[in-house]
Design a protein. Sequence first.
Length: 146
Amino acid sequence: MNMTRKTQSGVAIVEFALILPFLLMLAMLATEFGRAVYRYNGMVKAVRDGVRYLSIQEPNNAAALATTRNLVVYGNPDGTGAPLDPGVDPAMVSAQWTTTGSAPSVNVVTVRVSGYTFTPMVSAFFGASIGTIAFSDISATMRSPL
């Protein structure tokens, strides 16, 4: 029994050293995926705030559209401060007013963010490249009482 204990001395630390890079990569990927989902949800909430604001404005109002872009990108109507997310800029935000239905017709407004991408903090880890994540368009539609 004493002989086997001496031959096994240090085996656990060697096994841990062999597995450690894979565990770190798995932890890093899970963290980056969580950050991507968090940022995406934040952008969805910003688009909802923008469409909520725009739904009570006059249709095709350029000033209201500029304010909506500021709300989506910066989180405030003035467009001051840092963007909520570095992956979005005002040029990505668009709005569309439409009328649907007949008798009675309903006015709706849609705010859309196109080309939103998430860039991870770490671009490569142990030789494995982690590229940007490109999301599909984020949009929200709301009925307009006007």
